[in-house]
Design a protein around this ligand. Structure first.
Ligand SMILES: [Fe+2]
Length: 185
């Protein structure tokens, strides 16, 4: 199996499960997130990051029930580690920071917290809550922080049961390009 075939397989099997309490599946969530990234004129790397930002949930065999048990499995690190075999930091960096970006946005954007889904509010608590001032400043210094913030906003929008997107193969075309970018780096 090529990397793209393996990723496609994961999204088409584990990905057909519901995304937490959302009315979309993991796959729909991934496609919608990628569609927002593309509509914003993003690079192939960032569209790929958007498509695959939650793959850590899907490759984590201990994910089921963890949140209910009060355990943060750190899916952002699992996803980053899994994809790091194939993709460069322009893909894995924003993925690794997309949870920290939520903690950052809760600190600096007054209306952001109010727009979070109930599941995101609950996971925020497990993930450590909003950053304080020094943590926010330190976050912005990290490479890929700004891309992670953009990804995070698309992530929050990508939970619409009525949204229509291109199909998985279409977005995997960007992943194929990103794969080459990662190898060239
Ligand atoms: Fe997500």
């Amino acid at each position: 199996m090529t990397p793209i075939e393996e990723i496609a397989h994961i999204l088409q099997t584990a990905g057909v499960e519901r995304y937490g309490e959302q009315r979309v599946t993991q796959l729909q969530h991934a496609l919608q997130c990628a569609a927002h990234a593309e509509a914003a004129g993003s690079s192939a790397d960032l569209i790929t990051a958007a498509l695959l930002h939650d793959i850590g949930h899907l490759v984590d065999t201990h994910f089921e029930g963890a949140a209910e048990a009060g355990i943060d499995r750190r899916h952002e690190d699992i996803g980053c580690g899994y994809l790091g075999k194939w993709f460069g930091p322009d893909v894995t960096g924003p993925i690794q920071l997309h949870v920290a970006a939520k903690r950052y946005l809760c600190a600096v954007d007054g209306g952001y917290f109010d727009g979070l889904s109930p599941g995101s509010v609950r996971s925020l608590e497990l993930q450590g809550g909003a950053f304080d001032g020094p943590e926010s400043a330190a976050f912005l210094e990290r490479p890929h922080a700004r891309e992670a913030i953009r990804l995070r906003r698309w992530d929050d929008l990508a939970k619409d049961p009525a949204a229509e997107t291109e199909d998985l193969d279409y977005y995997l075309g960007f992943a194929q390009l990103a794969l080459r970018n990662g190898r060239a780096a």
